[in-house]
Write a protein that binds this ligand. Structure first.
Ligand code: ZN
Length: 305
């Protein structure tokens, strides 16, 4: 995606994550005690990441799937790409630390329009709070763990909240994660069915699909201009969530390729040709084997009759 070639997007992932419950029984995912952080560029292979996110949502949205399978799918995504960065994705600005309070546009997670900064932080640091004090617009944050100091330095000139969300104490609620993945999968499935079933949908059904799609969207990432070989737009996503949302939007509207559901395994994949219906050669072969076996059985039955 040329438009997003230049990005300052780097994100942190740890080499291991764990499940943890707070005293109210809310389930979280957080870096494991001895986990080591690593910075990576999530846009380097963004198609693969977006597909992984949608397929995680496909698992989560299925009512027949058991809870363990859903949890495993969410954990697998987080282990591959890190937590989503809800903390900086939800407020009106990732620079919220520098304001008196945190403000929110309409979202699926927090109903209030604004909240005290310390209260908001407690959603994401339910176990070990940060050494953070806020008075008016002023704030002070102390980092004492040497590996976290190094990470904070490596994050560079990001808004403070982005750096905070890269810390080992940072946690995200499993319910929120599952909901976000489900929302993405739902958006994709709506778009897919809308075009697939176009001829058989009545006007009211079409309208429902269109309304569902109109609700999808989010805060656009901010950008700045850097004087490289020539003036260049640099995008600042400030959360993995927003990066996925944007990349997903471009994949959904791309004219050269399309997102599809594999006819054999049901996974969402990126088809480069309009007539592709399988996610892989393996799925194509297996589908044909099953089909010929099924035909074989049919033939046997016919013989017996
Ligand atoms: Zn497949």
């Amino acid at each position: 995606m040329n438009l997003f070639k230049k990005t300052s997007s780097h994100w942190v992932r740890y080499d291991s994550y764990e499940w943890k419950k707070d005293d109210k029984g809310v389930l979280y995912i957080t870096p494991a005690e001895k986990a080591k952080p690593e910075l990576y560029n999530p846009l380097k292979d963004s198609d693969k990441m977006v597909l992984h996110a949608i397929n995680t949502g496909v698992v989560c949205m299925n009512k027949d799937t058991n809870e363990q399978t859903k949890q495993d799918a969410v954990m697998e995504f987080v282990s591959s790409y890190g937590l989503l960065g809800f903390m900086t994705a939800l407020p009106t600005t990732p620079e919220f630390i520098t304001y008196e309070a945190v403000y929110f546009p309409k979202n699926h997670f927090i109903r209030q329009e604004s909240m005290a900064t310390e209260k908001y932080l407690s959603y994401f640091f339910p176990f070990d709070g940060l050494d953070f004090v806020k008075r008016g617009v002023e704030s002070r944050w102390n980092v004492s763990d040497p590996s976290m100091i190094a990470l904070t330095m490596a994050m560079g000139s990001q808004p403070q909240a982005v750096t905070m969300s890269s810390q080992k104490e940072y946690a995200e609620s499993y319910e929120w994660l599952a909901k976000e993945f489900t929302d993405w999968a739902f958006t994709f499935v709506s778009a897919f069915l809308y075009y697939q079933d176009m001829d058989t949908l009545d006007d009211m059904q079409k309208d429902l699909y269109r309304q569902g799609m109109a609700a999808f969207g989010g805060i656009a990432p901010t950008y700045h201009i850097e004087l490289l070989e020539k003036p260049t737009i640099v995008w600042d996503f400030h959360s993995l969530l927003l990066a996925i949302q944007m990349m997903f939007s471009f994949m959904l509207t791309d004219e050269k390729s399309s997102l599809k559901v594999c006819k054999h395994c049901g996974k969402v994949f990126l088809a480069s040709r309009p007539n592709t219906v399988f996610c892989s050669g393996q799925c194509k072969n297996q589908y044909n084997v099953y089909k010929s076996r099924a035909n074989g059985r049919k033939a046997e039955l016919t013989d017996e009759q």
